[in-house]
Ligand binder design. Sequence first.
Ligand SMILES: Nc1ncnc2c1ncn2[C@@H]1O[C@H](COP(=O)(O)OP(=O)(O)OP(=O)(O)O)[C@@H](O)[C@H]1O
Ligand SMILES: [Mg+2]
Length: 326
Amino acid sequence: MEEAYEYVKELEDLPGIGPLTAEKLRNAGIFSPKQLALYSIDELLMYTDIDDYNRLNRALIRVRRIFRPSILTKASEYANLRNKLPKLTTGVQAIDQLLQGGLEPRCIYEIVGEYGTGKSQLCFQLSVTAQLTSNRRGVGGKTFYIDTEGTFSDKRVISIAERFNVDDPLSNIFVLQPMNVDEQIDCIRILLPKCIEEENVKLIVVDSLISHIRAEYRGREMLVTRQQTLNYMLNFLLRIAMLYNAYVVVTNHVVARPLAGGGIIAAGGHVMAHGTTHRLFMSQTSAKGKKKNILYRKVVVEDSPYLQRGASTVFGISEKGLIDVL
Ligand SMILES: Nc1ncnc2c1ncn2[C@@H]1O[C@H](COP(=O)(O)OP(=O)(O)OP(=O)(O)O)[C@@H](O)[C@H]1O
Ligand SMILES: [Mg+2]
């Protein structure tokens, strides 16, 4: 794979892609052969004004061969590959145990909960632990932090980083504050892959994935567009996670359960539930410990391909971030 990649660094190195076509791809936000591998032919025809189907298809077949060589693997090889990829610590042993060792790459973790339950605090903490070296159970990488609610706190990141002895944590976090859904999609589709390739980004945070969508697409008549847009963002995040072995965390709101019985459920309906890999529900808890100035919170596995549904643990939120309390 490395060898083939040597010869294919620029879009122009691909068969059928001359300077003019390459420029059209760059204008559509596709800057490298690897980024091209994220797309399907129909998307390319939609995003660019290139109308030569065969030419594009030849280039796509080549980039897939280079960057997706292991699309057909035995489950045993797949297991080997997965085992080689490190898990990312949350900095809280109890949560790491709940997740069977920490966050895995190549999938999407969804953190749902009412306001003030610690979703953003967890995202801050992960953008610090991602910077830790592998012997400290980090992944030695930068974070691409999409902050749609304007709640990113450099102060909190600095306090959390002190606890983990991470110097200058802010220089390893890119903060993006898209103003609307269109900008958010640009962040995910265009800026994110570029940043991963150029800046050693390993962790992607979207806090929250849903707020702009909820605000912009209101009412029943917009429901279909709203769900399609949500689906596209999730799907694109998953493609990126898989192509670049990235770690992805998105936060989500809760809504009142529409039918009798009351209570709260995750926003985003079926699309959100299907589109994310692991859903963790955060909530306040009546559990009380001896430690002062600590907020106690509970996290429950609500849905996951291998974590037991309903498994839970308790953690604390302190001045120094999320901590163990058990
Ligand atoms: N320096 C601090 N020390 C202790 N607790 C803090 C500190 N800063 C924030 N908190 C607490 O962390 C709690 C969780 O906040 P967080 O911002 O993570 O909530 P959230 O789940 O993201 O909510 P929202 O849905 O409103 O974004 C808040 O109740 C807040 O009081
Ligand atoms: Mg928040």
